[in-house]
Design a protein around this ligand. Structure first.
Ligand code: WT7
Length: 652
């Protein structure tokens, strides 16, 4: 069992500050007191089916009504069986029918400062047009469309166009390499690729289409590629395969009825890392996912029609799916979407955007907040942030000092902070303060949302006592839960449902405090969290050993000021020189195999990777060494950990 975050446990244990919601916030909040929260929680717990039946009927449009709310058969669940709905219809047509056609849906700003706004009516027209483009390429319900695009309105349009016609999107974060794209395209048998000529990042063009050209050479199932012109760079267009977005869309009609889809139809897959080397395509559904994204958005962000909401996540991650696109649009929200880096042209870009667009709800990641702290208060001080009323975080635990800075410096002491715990697999937020109701404690995600039944168990599967850490499981199904791993339902069963039979295993450790507050304490497996993004140490190791000079590799996470965790690798070389040039070559290799996000911060060469007698890598020892907790001698040359390993014995 991993103890990678044990340092963090000590920290949060000492945290006893508590912040009740500001009365100016609670007075206007939908759920405005702890009693109100508890009433709702108990009501859903005592009769979940009655609650979700009523919510599904009032919050979603049904082309055909469902005939059951929840059916459970072992680990297989079915929500709203027999019903037919459509996520895109619920996000667009339903809001237009309700009289909000002229409400702004998306306010977009590109990194160079170009802007665009789309009302619900305009977004609907663009989505229908692009849905017709997809149909024209032969895309049918159940086909997989791979999306590798910058944070532009067209990325949201592409996702919505897919779900409108029942195509399954697989969004791949635009930082992944050609190899990583090809792996995902092949696993999913993707039929169509959507991309752009490039994107803007810190003033430079990242040529996405070049990467796609390499990826598509290895993606035989992909027959067509549609390319958005974003940066106007030269790019090669392959005759018969590639088309420009603007040309294809210009010819397409604005009329495209949403396809009625089964409640349980797969809406999208999203690849994420597990504890093996192979990323898994997490499979989400239509009705249950849609309802969960919408309800959790309304609850957690206490959303009101006059809010300007900004979630800074990229659509390449689940946060972008649920809280840039589907949750806010289903609710009828007005959102800000931003293409680029937080420090371009300067470190005040986020605060400039908040002031310019009068953002009222800001949802971002602890890693970004830590960078803001480091960049200095002067970038914040020159802006008027008084439009903000609520702040959120996601992706990893937030350390209490960073929480306090966010609260005071950005929130002016008046904005509640919602620390939202959830996962790609859960589809939406699972634990978070309801901002008008639940007093917050810096570093705790506080309480489960209505419908979420967490339990913490020890290794013998017994519930643990107060303040004792254990494995966090979810005891009952919820509408937004994953329904499988694409093409590998055995792996899904094994990974999530076998450790604690009948319960969903989150992979996180957690503890419950005296007040019934949850504290997440890091992973139980070899998943590391770099800047809020999940990576498996084994993925990095596999990439490393695929380099011709590497004999063996062990990758571990170590604490990092900004990223939360950084990757440290220990390498044994095959007859090659340990040198700075070799380090550079290995970094380049990982960038090519996975992408920039997986490039290790530390590369250390050693005589041998220390192992137990049974051959297991001594990860705990390596973690300690990587974190500098254990002196390991001269790091400029080959290191020999065998002595340390012997001293430690075979404890792992
Ligand atoms: C893992 C999920 C959820 C969208 C972004 C990441 C960690 C996430 C928190 C939080 C402590 C957190 C967990 C979780 N995590 N949010 N508020 N406090 N830890 O999605 O890539 O699926 O990663 O991120 O370890 O299991 P993901």
């Amino acid at each position: 069992m991993s103890d990678s975050n044990s340092g963090q446990i000590d920290n949060v244990m000492r945290e006893d500050r508590i912040f009740p919601p500001h009365s100016s916030f609670s007075e206007r909040a939908v759920i405005d007191s702890m009693e109100e929260y508890q009433r709702l929680y108990d009501r859903v717990k005592s009769d979940p089916e009655a609650y979700w039946e009523a919510e599904a009927k009032s919050e979603l449009h049904w082309f055909e009504p469902f005939d059951s709310v929840l059916k459970k058969d072992g680990i297989n669940v079915e929500w709203f069986g027999g019903g037919k709905t459509n996520i895109c219809y619920n996000c667009l047509d339903r809001n237009i029918d309700a009289g909000h056609a002229d409400r702004t849906a998306i306010i977009w700003e590109g990194e160079p400062g170009d802007t665009r706004t789309l009302t619900y009516r305009e977004l609907h027209a663009e989505v229908c047009r692009f849905a017709n483009v997809l149909k024209g390429l032969g895309v049918e319900p159940g086909d997989v469309v791979s999306i590798y695009m910058p944070m532009t309105p067209e990325l949201a349009i592409a996702m919505l166009a897919c779900v409108r016609i029942g195509a399954i999107h697989s969004v791949i974060f635009a930082g992944f390499s050609a190899e990583a794209i090809a792996d995902r395209n092949n696993d999913a048998s993707a039929k169509v690729q959507l991309t752009a000529d490039g994107l803007w990042r810190r003033g430079k063009v990242i040529p996405l289409k070049e990467t796609i050209d390499i990826a598509l050479e290895k993606s035989p199932t992909v027959k067509h590629c549609v390319v958005l012109k974003r940066v106007n760079n030269d790019c090669k267009m392959v005759e018969g395969r590639d088309r420009w977005w603007h040309e294809a869309a210009a010819d397409a009609s604005e009329n495209c009825d949403a396809t009625p889809l089964d409640s349980e139809a797969t809406s999208f897959i999203l690849y994420t890392s597990g504890s093996t080397g192979k990323p898994k395509g997490i499979r989400h559904t239509t009705a249950g996912y849609n309802l969960w994204a919408k309800k959790t958005f309304q609850w957690v962000f206490d959303w009101r029609p006059d809010d300007i909401y900004w979630c800074t996540a990229d659509c390449g991650w689940i946060t972008g799916h649920s809280y840039v696109v589907y949750g806010p649009l289903a609710a009828g929200a007005t959102m800000l979407m931003y293409e680029g880096a937080p420090n371009f042209p300067a470190e005040n870009r986020f605060w400039d955007l908040v002031e310019k667009y009068k953002v009222s709800i800001l949802y971002t990641a602890p890693t970004a907040i830590r960078a803001f702290v480091k960049w200095g208060d002067e970038h914040v001080d020159k802006h008027d942030l008084s439009s903000l009323r609520l702040l959120g975080t996601v992706g990893e635990g937030i350390n209490p000092d960073t929480w306090m800075w966010y609260h005071e410096k950005i929130g002016g002491g008046r904005c509640p902070i919602v620390d939202t715990w959830w996962q790609t697999e859960t589809g939406g937020i699972m634990m978070s303060p309801l901002p008008g109701a639940i007093p917050t404690k810096p570093g705790s995600c506080t309480k489960p949302l209505p419908g979420v039944m967490p339990v913490i168990v020890d290794e013998s599967l017994q519930p643990v006592g107060v303040n004792q850490g254990g494995m966090l499981c979810i005891a009952e199904p919820w509408p937004g839960m994953l329904r499988g791993i694409w093409g590998d339902d055995d792996r899904c069963k094994e990974q999530y449902w076998s450790t604690c039979p009948g319960k969903y295993l989150t992979g996180d450790n957690a503890r419950l405090d005296d007040d019934g507050y949850y504290w997440i304490m890091g992973r139980i497996d070899d998943v590391i969290n770099v800047s809020g993004h999940r990576l498996s140490t084994i993925e990095v190791e596999s990439a490393m050993v695929s380099h011709e000079n590497v004999a063996e590799c062990a990758a571990v996470g170590r604490p990092h000021d900004i990223k939360g965790q950084a990757i440290a690798v220990f390498i044994t070389l095959k007859d090659a020189e340990a040198s700075e040039a070799m380090r550079d070559a290995l970094r380049l290799h990982v960038r090519k195999e996975i992408g920039a996000l997986a490039v290790p911060d530390d590369i250390r060469f050693c005589e041998a990777v220390p192992k137990t007698r049974s051959g297991k890598i001594m990860r705990r020892l390596l973690r300690d060494i990587a974190a500098g907790r254990e002196a390991a001698g001269d790091t400029s040359t080959l290191e020999d950990f065998s002595v340390l390993a012997k001293l430690r014995g075979d404890e792992e």
